[in-house]
Design a protein around this ligand. Structure first.
Ligand code: AMP
Length: 119
């Protein structure tokens, strides 16, 4: 899948659309989901143009990859989720029901998140 630079997260990164920033570093941005699915619902994205985890794993530098992992842990800690726990999810492609084609990790917490899949 080619990267679409008109996706909503690309617009957030360019400052064309506002977001509620939670954390930021040279390679990542974390912000609150606009339609939270839990008391705490944060999205962590790389600043580079990557569609999903497969694209990121294949093409991001080691520095970007390390920064992304660190940013996810940092965002969860900063949100106070470490003690109670949380879930991270990265949807990819059609089967993963990915809506925004820029890699993002959901961090969900603040309550028991429930089973991995609804049955
Ligand atoms: P996904 O289905 O994994 O692609 O998730 C996309 C997520 O982006 C959804 O949880 C949306 O609520 C969220 N989202 C869409 N637009 C915005 C926005 N402008 N600011 C924050 N979150 C957004």
């Amino acid at each position: 899948m080619a990267y679409d630079d008109q996706n909503i997260f690309a617009k957030i990164l360019r400052g064309e659309i506002p977001c509620q920033t939670h954390d930021e570093c040279d390679h990542t941005l974390a912000f609150h989901d606009i339609q939270p699915q839990a008391p705490t619902h944060i999205l962590v994205i790389p600043k580079g143009a990557y569609t999903d985890m497969s694209d990121f794993a294949a093409h991001a530098s080691a520095e970007e990859q390390a920064a992304f992992i660190a940013a996810i842990g940092r965002a969860a800690t900063k949100a106070g989720l470490t003690e109670g726990g949380y879930r991270i999810i990265a949807n990819s492609g059609a089967h993963g029901c990915q809506e925004v084609p820029h890699l993002h990790m959901h961090i969900l917490g603040g309550e028991v998140i429930g089973p991995l899949r609804a049955r």
